[in-house]
Design a protein around this ligand. Structure first.
Ligand code: AMP
Ligand code: MN
Ligand code: MN
Ligand code: MN
Length: 287
């Protein structure tokens, strides 16, 4: 497997905040030419087995996946795990604890929205939730569009649900070291997701990469639907500087919300080690 392989190692299903089932995602990925696929739902691996079976049926190589919410330097950072043993009870327990506060948080978000005149947001968001354990800001964003408060979900995240705006509730997610260890203890590779999306100072970003490596993290997303072309180059350089392997994934959530479809990304910049080279013996082959 080489770096020209069409790997898409980051997307979401109805098991977290995507709009398609694992089976429909697998079909869409293969239809778009994906050779190696992972489903990376937020804080939840309930869709992994379904995705694995669907990938096999599509003749597509597969890796287990997850995207873990982590609190770091007063920011929420996402750590993708790939190729871990998904029957390992420690990762299941860690993820259960990570998603545990979501329902209470959601009720507080709804209270804040009610204070600015938007009633019924908790119930409204729940209509979009595929997994009751995983109510997220995305589900609120869909409700606010439905209610006519905003035209699209990107507008919601500019006007609501983010720091300093109505509906933002600070939350304590997993520790960086814990999240990395859940993944690595289960035989997987930990990856910093879409690093350009965090509001970190240069010092904080350096600390994130350094501490992540000290904990045993091995990869960083370079080519992602959440990065601009200029950001590919920035994080290719960071991957080289920190000796991290590079990952590639669309971060696809659904046809109506994601501008980058499954499998429709440029290749990794040259001179980087693709994360799938570290995961060769964890990949379920295509057939
Ligand atoms: P939560 O885990 O509940 O905090 O929700 C985070 C999710 O909200 C992310 O995984 C994205 O799917 C979505 N999200 C966050 N910021 C934005 C944004 N600016 N535009 C669109 N979606 C966003
Ligand atoms: Mn999401
Ligand atoms: Mn993310
Ligand atoms: Mn994601």
């Amino acid at each position: 497997m080489n770096s020209y392989l069409n790997a898409d190692l980051h997307c979401h299903s109805v098991v977290s905040d995507g709009t398609l089932t694992p089976e429909v995602l697998a079909t869409r990925a293969r239809g778009n030419g994906v050779d190696l696929w992972a489903l990376t739902d937020h804080d939840e691996i309930g869709g992994v087995q379904r995705a694995r079976v669907a990938a096999q049926a599509q003749g597509m190589a597969f890796l287990s996946g997850v995207e873990i919410s982590v609190s770091f330097a007063s920011e929420t950072v996402h750590i993708v795990g790939l190729g871990f043993e998904d029957s390992d009870p420690r990762i299941a327990q860690g993820l259960a604890a990570t998603r545990g506060g979501r329902d209470t948080r959601a009720m507080e978000m709804a209270e804040q929205l009610a204070q600015v005149g938007i009633a019924g947001a908790y119930e409204g968001a729940l209509k979009y939730v595929g997994n009751p354990a995983l109510i997220s800001r995305t589900h609120f964003a869909r409700f606010l569009v439905e209610a006519g408060v905003c035209k699209e979900t990107s507008e919601v995240f500019r006007k609501y649900l983010t720091e300093g705006k109505p509906g933002f509730v600070p939350h304590r997610w997993a520790n960086l070291g814990d999240a990395v260890h859940w993944i690595t203890q289960a035989g997987g590779v930990a990856i910093i997701a879409h690093p350009a999306r965090y509001r970190l100072t240069a010092n904080e970003e350096f600390a994130l990469f350094s501490e992540f490596k000290e904990h045993g993290g091995q990869g960083v997303e370079v080519v992602t639907g959440s990065h601009s072309v200029a950001e590919y180059a920035t994080y290719a350089a960071m991957a080289r500087e920190f000796g991290l392997a590079a990952s590639r994934g669309s971060d696809f959530h659904g046809p109506d919300e994601s501008h980058t479809d499954l499998g429709k990304l440029p290749a990794l910049p040259s001179g980087l080690t693709p994360v799938w080279e570290l995961l060769a013996d964890r990949i379920q082959p295509a057939a």
